[in-house]
Design a protein. Sequence first.
Length: 261
Amino acid sequence: MIALVVLSFWQTENYKIVREWTAMNYVTLATEPAYFIFFIRSLFMAIFVSVFSVVVSWPIAFFIVRHGGRYKLILSLLLAVPFLSGEVLRLIALQGMLGPTGLVNGVLLKLGAAPLRFIMYSNSATFIALVYLYLPMVVTTVYLSLLNFDFRLASAASACGANRFRIFSEIVWPLNLSGTIVGFLLCFIPTLSAALAPRFLGGPNGVLYGMSIAQQFGESGTWALGAAMGVVLFLFSMLVLGVFSLGIDLRRTGFTGMGRQ
């Protein structure tokens, strides 16, 4: 990180580093609309992917914990199966599935439905890929949180007349919120810096901030600008972590105070 910060205050010209201190890289990021658009697009993508992953992860994790029985460990380990292959291979597989002549359209044609020609090389394809890549991590964190949850609290609430919605919203969800937030962050931060998924599936109109950083260190050769973009991304990620950590601490303090009362 120190090297990245130092490089961000230098310049690169003709694929060579010019060791002259300047803040022009940050001025470029602040004044060039394209980089702001890339960042906002990445931010919204990260929010949507993370929220969707949390919503999908809860019923999966809940089913494993409550109904997995002696197969809990096997079911949880199955979540790690996608990580046995590289990320590039998985994205190439998604290309084959979502392409015009891929598996999805093949099934639709067999069923007599019209093929989906708008998925590939779009933000929708990037969304699907990012959910596929990071969903297992979110499921795992929610699963570990529920695994340590005392479900006798839910049974007691049910015995006192609380319905299922109230049990979930007032007992299960609040007492497992920390694990859910950790899962959200484990999806949010990698998605915010994603470079491979938009490159393979996003198309020309799906450039995200992480992909733009990769381009600075690749074909563009503007490493100093890429370093400045990396510093901005790091500081924003640390800000998000700080806000969520503060929220968790305040919530725990509130629960402690309620318990003392």
